[in-house]
Design a protein around this ligand. Structure first.
Ligand code: ADP
Ligand code: 5GP
Length: 200
């Protein structure tokens, strides 16, 4: 997708946290980022108790675990943060972030609003990007067309989306808000925010 900024040296090595309503396009944008910059960024692979979707690989998209496994990891203090989202547990393990940092890469996290609030209290010193949908209708259409949700889970995710949008509307809660309307435009904006302005 990009050619001009591929070789740009990032101006900041701080971790970047992406959040935004389910279906707003976070994974789609991150796929482009990792494809364009395979050696610059590393994904913090979260743990989750939700079922894998078609095409999701264990250990790549998520570490897919059972509820008892997740609860054990919480008890053992393995997570930087964890939250319940739409009936499933999600969490960022200390190891997930450490693996990326040890590889000398910029760590990218894709987490929900509760995770954002938790990460702000840590010493990760992250930058926070909110990916917003162009409209509530567009969000519903995207979630629907992704074909991953039941009527019930779709409604639950849309209810949560309202809270995430209200949180993002409070100035200062995020360092950057990107409206993902046209994908290519949103991607450029994200890439530029993360990498910094390309040097002339
Ligand atoms: P998230 O990771 O935020 O839950 P996804 O990346 O899975 O969202 O995107 C949800 C759906 O919306 C996917 O089917 C994806 O192809 C589609 N999508 C993402 N960005 C756009 C866009 N800018 N315009 C139209 N559809 C999009
Ligand atoms: P999905 O089920 O669509 O993959 O993710 C649902 C929500 O969980 C998204 O908002 C995603 O950002 C969030 N999420 C994914 N991993 C984590 C995590 O480790 N911690 C938290 N708090 N949220 C997560």
């Amino acid at each position: 997708m990009s050619s001009s900024t591929t070789t740009t040296t990032p101006t900041s090595k701080r971790p970047v946290v992406l959040s935004g309503p389910s279906g707003t396009g976070k994974s789609t944008l991150l796929k482009l980022l990792f494809k364009d910059h395979p050696n610059t960024f590393g994904f913090s692979v979260s743990h989750t108790t939700r079922q894998p979707r078609e095409g999701e690989k264990d250990g790549v998209s998520y570490h897919f675990v059972t509820r008892p496994e997740f609860e054990r990891a919480v008890t053992n203090g393995e997570f930087i943060e964890s939250a319940e989202f739409s009936g499933n547990y999600y969490g960022t393990s200390i190891k997930a972030v450490k693996d990326v940092l040890d590889a000398g890469k910029i760590c990218i996290l894709d987490i929900d609003m509760q995770g954002v609030i938790s990460v702000k209290k840590t010493d990760l010193n992250a930058r926070f990007v909110f990916i917003a949908p162009p409209s509530p209708d567009a969000l519903e259409e995207r979630l629907n067309s992704r074909g991953t949700e039941t009527t019930e889970s779709l409604e639950m995710r849309l209810r949560t989306a309202k809270k995430e949008l209200a949180y993002a509307a409070i100035p200062g809660n995020h360092d950057k808000i990107i409206i993902n309307d046209d994908l290519a435009t949103a991607y450029k904006e994200l890439e530029r925010f993360i990498l910094g302005e390309p040097k002339q």
